[in-house]
Design a protein around this ligand. Structure first.
Ligand code: BDR
Ligand code: CA
Length: 307
């Protein structure tokens, strides 16, 4: 079993990423930490707790992490995920509250305590991971890989920047410059995973509570993506990070150097993905290029049927 920590800002796609991870026996979720991103920190943390209730992750610690980016002012994304961060389905209030431990300290403690190396799976702004690596750089010795959703060669929050990296570029820079093995699901590949009408129909055919909620999440997410980007279906970005852990054969990856712009007047938060090696900079990441779309949805549908 691969030991993972989900660091997230649920968020429709973050929520579905948790649901997929909880369904797969190859993964052991050591903890869930939250960050401000799609919504304010209290909301993303409550949303994580609600999803844990839905999929019976009662014993997994949920810790509230950073409420603000390291340097910049906070911005959230109600236009995409609604005011709650998880608009659409009616979910009961969480049955428990978040841990007393700060998310950054939870990451540090869980990595140090684990007998086997831990994989970090960040699907929100990289604030918590950046802070953990700064506060306790020794945890690097027990991190197997960081598999994250963020960046790409195109943007969605500015013309060139993706939301997670844009929200906290200083934190992202710490992660990309850390020397750790990194796999990146950027917009280039996540935009291939569109939850179309046909996908939603398949989800709705599954007769259980979890699939019903996922269907409702996808309908809401698709409606804001239609409105904001004129997409036919919502890209389930964050789910790809989890899918990569269980079925890497569905992903065509390329070893590249990725640098994070922290200063540009117009380009802060942009990832410079050196696809052709023109910078001569050292390779620091595997970058998602192409997805086996059918295989990916099959994996997701099978996982939902298990609930
Ligand atoms: C990323 O931003 C959020 O809206 C999603 O949850 C995803 O992590 C996509 O840019
Ligand atoms: Ca997210």
């Amino acid at each position: 079993q691969r030991k993972i920590i989900l660091d997230c800002d649920p968020g429709h796609d973050d929520a579905i990423a948790i649901i997929l991870a909880a369904a797969r026996p190859e993964l052991e979720i050591l903890g869930i930490t939250t960050v401000s991103g799609n919504a304010e920190i209290e909301k993303t943390t409550d949303n994580a707790l609600k999803i844990c209730d839905l999929v019976s992750l009662h014993d997994v610690i949920v810790s509230k992490g950073a409420s603000e980016p390291i340097v910049r002012l906070r911005e959230n994304a109600p236009g995409i995920h609604g005011e709650s961060g998880l608009d659409g389905p009616e979910l009961p209030e969480p049955s428990r509250s978040w841990s007393d431990e700060h998310g950054v300290d939870t990451i540090i403690r869980l990595v140090k305590e684990s007998k086997e190396p831990v994989t970090l799976v960040p699907t929100g702004p990289l604030t918590n991971i950046g802070l953990a690596l700064t506060k306790a750089p020794e945890i690097k010795d027990n991190i197997e890989e960081i598999v994250l959703m963020g960046g790409g060669t195109i943007g969605n929050w500015t013309p060139s920047a993706e939301f997670n990296i844009w929200a906290d570029p200083e934190a992202a820079k710490k992660v990309f410059d850390s020397g750790l093995p990194i796999a990146v699901m950027g917009l280039d590949i996540t935009h291939q995973a569109l939850a179309t009408k046909d996908v939603i129909h398949q989800v709705n055919q599954i007769d259980n509570k979890v699939a019903k909620i996922v269907g409702e999440l996808l309908v809401f997410f698709a409606s804001t993506y239609k409105e904001m980007f004129d997409f036919d279906g919502a890209p389930v970005h964050d789910v790809l990070a989890v899918a990569y852990l269980v079925a890497p054969e569905l992903f065509k990856m390329k070893a590249v150097n990725i640098a994070v712009e922290t200063k540009g007047e117009f380009t802060a938060g942009t990832t410079l993905v050196d696809l052709h090696g023109v910078t001569g900079r050292k390779i620091n990441a595997k970058f998602g290029m192409e997805l086996d779309v059918e295989g990916f949805w099959q994996l997701m549908i099978e996982a939902l049927k298990k609930y």
